[in-house]
Design a protein around this ligand. Structure first.
Ligand code: G3I
Length: 457
């Protein structure tokens, strides 16, 4: 638990570099401000998530808020090692599968939490050490990531492996005692099992530039330099009554290493600063173009592990708190994630002027990034509205022979082979001029040659 000093109530928007680089950005969107967290985040190309206990999905107040406000979920406990492998080699996915189904039915992506952690290990693993534990841990990563393959946006592959205090080093644990390379071994196993998921390192007390966050920073830099597959760093952000003044700068220094950053378990001590801190954290994320989403650690105050801290965005009756309003306003006021910089311009200008407007000026344009492996792929499609904005969009792709769509998120697919179309879902169809949103799909076969075309309505 971290209680930071010095709240920074306002964070300076720093986007000039991106603008100078010619990227398309939307600085404010108050005219088309979203009215829910999920819509407002999606308008800016981001997700807004909540930690969920699936036992609460049958509580109507809970489910109503979850489905209305959030487009990402994470299991508060149900994908952890003790839940998924209660006996060695016997896997149980009941809670995790239920959460994934709920997410798919409600247009939400899923964060996976957490493949390896020194806490919430099953009893059989707690008693192991050495190569037996190392093998069991890597097998756990492989089995669980394989089970959920194609369904997880981002995995917390390793959770909380660094020590608190000033050492900047690793925390002692049974996993650490198997050898310092246990973290990279876990990341390599996760990549092999689910090549489409973003792989994150996740920790707390990293809410500014300090010894612990610097230790993690050095590990990420080392991983990137040696090709260890890491894509993102999660900042849990269990916060007290103040926020470190360099919270945003800390996110940015990780982003500058070439990883995404995500706020993964946000909750804030109640009191005078709570709403301000929620707003400031949201602004910090919005100001970092590689900050791809925010997750709060529960829905209502009384769902929180922090009990009387009343640390969340909704009170126990499901009413929106001042903190909610600050987060929504910060999402609406923040810049969108920049679209990819244009590829190299053609060396020769076209001889004939185009007869149709270039993509993106009037309607919308779409670009794809592919994560492929032998026999399958995950496609992430970025939709960018043209100058008129959109009230809806539809993206068409033509799949290679033998390829088939097996799973779609943040869009509705029509067809699964050959010519496949993807329509917006309710919360991401309305885009202001130049705004971006993302959807994705997984397929079997080859994703080669997918060229999306976008039609706006
Ligand atoms: O479900 C059992 C119940 O059957 C039993 O009667 C009861 C008795 O103690 O325990 C229940 O399980 C508890 C579980 O939460 C579900 O409520 C566990 O004891 C309790 O340890 C567990 O706490 C979770 C904690 O992680 C474990 O370390 C919290 O819900 C969860 O919010 C918390 O989440 C962590 C993140 O994973 C990592 N970052 C920090 C964060 C907060 O601690």
């Amino acid at each position: 638990m971290n209680h930071r000093r010095a709240l920074r109530a306002a964070v300076t928007i720093a986007v000039t570099g991106a603008l100078a680089a010619g990227m398309t950005m939307t600085l404010t969107s108050t005219a088309s401000a979203g009215t829910t967290l999920r819509a407002s985040a999606a308008e800016k190309g981001r997700y807004f998530g909540a930690a969920v206990a699936t036992g609460k999905l049958s509580t109507s107040v809970y489910a109503t808020i979850l489905n209305r406000e959030f487009n990402s979920v994470v299991a508060e406990n149900e994908m952890k090692w003790d839940a998924t492998e209660p006996q060695q080699g016997r896997f149980s996915y009941t809670g995790g599968d239920r959460l994934v189904s709920h997410a798919q039915a409600n247009g939400m992506s899923v964060r996976g939490h957490a493949l390896l952690w020194h806490q919430q290990q099953p009893g059989w693993a707690q008693g192991m050490s050495g190569s037996a534990l190392r093998n069991a841990a890597i097998n756990h990563v492989t089995q669980v990531a394989t089970h959920f393959r194609g369904k997880i946006h981002s995995w917390d592959v390793v959770n909380e492996a660094f020590a608190d205090g000033g050492s900047g080093g690793r925390r002692d644990s049974n996993l650490q005692r198997t050898g310092n390379d246990w973290i990279e071994a876990a990341f390599r196993a996760a990549r092999a099992a689910d090549p489409g998921a973003k792989l994150c390192y996740n920790d707390y007390n990293t809410d500014g530039i300090n010894a612990k966050s610097t230790g993690i920073y050095n590990m990420v830099r080392d991983f990137k330099s040696r090709g260890v597959p890491i894509d993102c760093v999660g900042f849990q952000s269990h916060l007290g009554t103040s926020l470190a003044s360099d919270y945003q700068a800390n996110l940015q220094r990780f982003a500058d290493l070439g990883v995404d950053v995500q706020i993964t378990e946000l909750d804030v001590m109640t009191g005078g600063n709570q709403a301000n801190i929620f707003g400031a954290v949201t602004r910090a994320c919005m100001n970092v173009s590689r900050c791809t989403g925010i997750t709060v650690w529960g829905v209502r105050d009384c769902d929180s592990w922090r009990g009387s801290d009343n640390a969340l965005l909704f009170d126990c009756n499901g009413n929106k708190k001042a903190a909610y309003t600050n987060v929504l306003n910060a999402l609406n006021a923040g810049p969108a994630i920049p679209t990819d910089p244009p590829t190299d311009p053609p060396t020769d200008p076209p001889t004939d002027p185009p007869t149709t407007p270039p993509p993106g000026t009037g309607g919308c344009s779409a670009s794809v990034s592919l994560n492929s492996w032998t026999g399958g792929f995950v496609a992430t499609v970025k939709v960018t509205a043209g100058s008129a904005g959109t009230s809806g969009w539809n993206v068409g792709v033509t799949l290679a022979s033998g390829a088939s769509v097996t799973n779609t998120w943040s869009a509705t697919a029509t067809g699964s082979t050959g010519a496949v179309r993807f329509a917006n879902v309710d919360y991401n169809g309305r885009l202001g001029a130049g705004q971006v949103t993302e959807f994705g799909f997984q397929g079997t076969g080859s994703g080669a040659g997918i060229t999306p075309t976008c039609t706006a309505s």
